[in-house]
Design a protein around this ligand. Sequence first.
Ligand code: ZN
Length: 684
Amino acid sequence: MMFKCTLPGMILIVWLAGIGFCGDTDIRVIERPNTQAKNDFYVGNRPPLTPSPFIKLPPGAIEPAGWVRRQLELQRDGFHGHLTEISQFLKKEGNAWLSTTGEGDHGWEEPPYWLKGFSNCGYILRDHGMIAESKIWIEAALAGQKEDGWFGPDKGRKGAATDLVGREDLWPNMIMLFCLQDYYEFSGDQRVITLMTKYMKYLTTVPEEKFLVGYWPKMRGGDLLYSVYWLYNRTGDASLLPLAGKVHRCTAAWQDDVINWHNVNMSQGFREPAVFYMQSYNPAHLAAAERNWQKIRDLYGQVPGGMFGGDENCRPGFTDPRQAAETCGMVEMMLSHEILLTLSGDPKWADRCEDVAFNSLPAAFTPDLKALHYLTAPNQILCDRQNKSPGVQNDGPMFLYNPHIHRCCQHNAGHGWPYYAEHLWLATPGNGLAAVMYAPCSVTAKAGNGTTVTIIEETRYPFVEDIEFTIKTSKPVRFPLYLRLPGWCKAPELTMNEKMLELFGANSYIEINRQWIDGDKVKLRLPMSVTLRKWTKNQNSVSVDRGPLTYSLKIGEKYVRAGGTDEWPAWEIYPTTAWNYGLVLNEKQPASSFEVVPKSWPDNNQPFEPNTAPIELRAKVRKIQAWQKDQLGLVGTLQACPLKSGEPVETISLVPMGCARLRISAFPTIGTGPDAHEWAPPKP
Ligand SMILES: [Zn+2]
């Protein structure tokens, strides 16, 4: 039996192997869910906004399990869950965010930055202590609204916390709006709608020349735009649409270009035109987010890990894989990908989100999530306390894992894992459900005719290829179930109730429409093969991928205490093994140069640690003796590949780069032909 459906630019074929398929089941590979239908249970876009291909489920609907749950538990037990004990910005006494008058200290971004990740972590884990602590800050924000609609610290209003003196700083309030939105979705507390309505009305009264003034508000107005639409979708208040237009006009013109090179502004701001597309219907606005993303990668992201050499700001000439991403940049990039996936339905945003989540974010923290650092690079061979500027842009101990410093990241990093977990499943038009990013979890939501169903997703993805879904429902219910087919997977296999199908069509979705009964099982296999990426703009260096994971050289790590407190120590990490290797590749079939070695699953359920990585690759290498660290302790910049080496061939291990705090993940290659170069010794 063959099904064929033709989409713009491609043909997708579903082949049903063996005996015929269950009569009432319709299986197709599609580009996007059909937005002609509505979702009756979850709040998507309200006309005239573009119809939503996906709709976020409320916090708590998705219950993570396995390794994802472990990240959230470690976050709760780590520095972020205890930040009120560690950070001076979260001291309750005299805190402007807790004052009904808005007066006091610490009235800028740090408390709402922290609350965003902390509260969502609590909602997901259903941790009563975290929810109660979050409520203190939420209640204060709700109680602090002024007669004219302003809320939040008085210093924000006067711009005194930054250089906006005398002008309103709308930036910290943008973060608190996200906290309030999430709290509303979790609790249904109508006071959030009342506060936001009054605040938005106030914003309509601010003249355009005084609106979103200042560096951070102007760059990050896209966050406010998202909140305006969030409120509009819940209230239908038509006055919000002109306000959205004003927010777009007064935000930096990301629709024209990448107009700022601060890594966090880029990670947030690049998506703004695509958010405005929901109102403008101008395809150029949607395309602008993609163009911005591509331009950032083209100029500064010729490296693995899903990020780019942002340091603090991107700098011409600083594009080597030793340039780093700020932890704030990673979590904001993930959130941008999640928002873009939801509003566009384009599965590439899920691929990109997984890339950052699996390959970059884990290494921003120690494996116990008790410390973090500011900067994480694809090639990073020493994380000591020494200043690395000007090799990286910012001065100070930016590579040191220290829970007491790294101010913005220390507070903001906490929304990375919770928002990721909240976007594993999304609701769809036609009252369906979509598994858009894969991880162990279960989702409980209304589908079809309003029946509450639970889908249990069992997997150790991204470390394995197999994902199994079990439907739990009290009565049979018909709804479409969507499964994302990642761009890297060329031959996915689907098994439904023991019948197997081979599917063709990457970067799309499987839609299974049927009358689901309790105990139905769907198995998805996403075969992973080793592939190589050559970074022609970074000296022809090479990265090794397998499925969604990129692999790093496994370097021995020695943790050395470097300050902090006994309860919350800070750590330097020194290499104990050599790192200066070039890959020896089979020239005809480079991917065959690697052996895949599955390992046992770690007892503590934390796979992002080099010695307990659940999978390794073996590779052949030769040392490049002249490749050394520089005087700052940074790995020497790459030189044109292939490179000569007279050293013996060795076999080494690669681990997923998310497991490796010390890492080489953009490798030089070794050559023997006339094109091979000697590594030039570093200039004194
Ligand atoms: Zn930061």
